[in-house]
Ligand binder design. Structure first.
Ligand code: S6P
Ligand code: ZN
Length: 205
């Protein structure tokens, strides 16, 4: 019988309280609990042109992206959410992008909803099958379970998107750090073009 005094083993009076989160369409979550910043120096091994990346690091180490997070318990049943803001820019002819990861719990999906700017959501299975979604304001990209994901700012202003994912999904950066994505997004003649990544190493299995 349903016990009105407890919910999933938690006393009613101990339940987490609802949260109200203002989101600015240009800046994402307005007052995040935590902000993760990734600068050029955090992206070693991610770009084709390592020399140009090194130069960027020594010439001011620009901010490439930030993740603005609200603290949500990392437990099954909760939905975590955050916004990512990728600065405009390139390393050589390769657009600024996120590191990319798969989820530690690989059978978890994620939703990206673009608020401002434009870019690409690049997804990849463990077998190296790649899919891209062009993101612009109002476009929602669904990342199914088992797809690693990275986002790329192919525009000339900040690319801002909201993310929603199971709070216990976790992150696995190791596979992408070691193997990369099979494709890279490059600027060629003023356009974003998807090319094979000569540095890609297929993971085992
Ligand atoms: C988390 C979600 C995003 C990314 C963020 C930065 O599952 O996919 O919040 O963490 O876009 O990307 P990365 O690859 O550096 O974590
Ligand atoms: Zn993710």
């Amino acid at each position: 019988m349903f016990d009105l005094e407890s919910c999933g083993g938690q006393k009613m009076e101990n339940l987490m309280q609802p949260i109200r989160t203002p989101v600015d369409f240009k800046k994402g979550i307005v007052a995040p609990d935590r902000v993760i910043e990734r600068k050029a120096g955090d992206m070693e091994g991610m770009y084709q042109d390592e020399l140009t990346l090194k130069k960027l690091v020594s010439q001011g180490n620009p901010l490439m992206y930030q993740v603005r997070q609200v603290d949500i318990p990392e437990e099954m049943g909760h939905i975590a959410y955050s916004t990512t803001i990728i600065s405009p820019g390139k390393v050589g002819n390769e657009y600024f992008m996120t590191k990319g990861h798969s989820h530690a719990k690989e059978n978890t999906a994620e939703i990206y909803f673009c608020l401002a700017g434009e870019g690409y959501l690049l997804m990849q299975t463990r077998k190296g099958i790649v899919s891209t979604t062009h993101m612009k304001p109002g476009i929602l990209g669904y990342i199914p379970p088992y797809w690693a994901h990275r986002t790329i700012n192919s525009g000339n202003k900040e690319f801002v998107f909201l993310t929603l994912f199971p709070a216990d999904a976790g992150h696995n950066y190791e596979v992408i750090q070691r193997c990369g994505f099979a494709k890279v997004m490059l600027e060629e003649g003023g356009r974003a073009v998807l090319r094979d990544n000569p540095k890609y190493v297929p993971p085992d299995g």
